[in-house]
Design a protein around this ligand. Structure first.
Ligand code: IPE
Ligand code: IPE
Ligand code: MG
Length: 241
């Protein structure tokens, strides 16, 4: 079946968020170190960005590293950070050419300096692009993001610039790092795990969830299109009848 051909271009999700999971298991299946899976996950990111560009999905968010992932063995964390630096460096020209604007969410202060520098440079180089927004969640956790928002709002209340009764959904959303992208219409998680793992908890209130057993390094355009087709078959009710 040609998944891409069957997609209704008038009903595309405006934002797809992806929990890229299963790199370690993919490597283990091949008798290799977990890092081998992370290396091979880069091709899946490339394909997904390309697929989104081809079909016209305007926003993508990739969960690349969670706050909790810092608790993995130091060697894996260090290699992941190095991989990130080299991936950003290598991919930036391609992103630029494809009209991709790169952004990042998460606790940037916790990233190694080299990683942050490379990331900031890529963000700056691509800042005028408008075709596709790609956000990477790095050292990100949703509870961290929400607590941060709460702290900032509390400070404003203390200073008298916000009244408690002014705090509504719109105001709160503005204090989240994702304030300039619409909430995800579709959330994809690979590797068969059926959980959210501290990702975009506020933002996915009404997202459609799609779980696939495909391990992240095996994820290709056809899998992305398949997820969109599945999404388009659903009826989104938002609590109405
Ligand atoms: C996802 O793959 C990548 C990151 C979380 C950084 P994993 O490394 O979690 O792979 P599995 O889930 O152990 O197979
Ligand atoms: C979620 O995957 C985080 C990322 C994909 C970056 P994990 O592999 O860390 O999540 P758990 O441990 O299975 O919940
Ligand atoms: Mg995992």
């Amino acid at each position: 079946m040609d998944f891409k051909q069957n997609i209704n271009k008038n009903k595309l999700p405006k934002h797809i968020a992806i929990i890229m999971d299963g790199n370690g298991r993919w490597a283990k299946q091949r008798g290799k170190e977990r890092v081998f899976g992370h290396e091979n996950g880069i091709q899946a990111v490339r394909e997904t960005v390309e697929a989104a560009g081809e079909i016209g999905v305007p926003n993508l968010t990739f969960y690349a590293f969670s706050t909790e992932n810092w608790c993995r063995p130091k060697k894996e964390v260090d290699t992941l950070m190095e991989l990130l630096v080299s991936a950003i460096k290598n991919e930036t020209p391609e992103l630029l050419e494809k009209g991709v604007k790169l952004s990042a969410i998460g606790d940037m202060d916790s990233l190694p300096k080299s990683c942050l520098e490379e990331l900031n440079e890529a963000i700056d180089i691509t800042k005028n692009n408008t075709k596709l927004n790609v956000t990477v969640a790095l050292s990100y956790s949703s509870q961290w993001e929400i607590l941060n928002a709460v702290k900032q709002i509390a400070q404003q209340v203390k200073e008298g610039t916000i009244e408690p009764e002014d705090i509504d959904k719109k105001l709160f959303t503005n204090y989240l790092q994702t304030h300039d992208v619409p909430d995800p219409d579709l959330l994809i998680r690979t590797s068969g795990e059926l959980r959210i793992s501290n990702f975009l908890l506020w933002q996915i209130a009404y997202s459609e969830l799609y779980f696939t057993p495909v391990l992240w390094p095996d994820f290709r355009k056809k899998h992305f299109y398949q997820a969109i087709l599945d999404y388009q078959r659903r009826e989104r009710r938002f609590g109405k009848t």
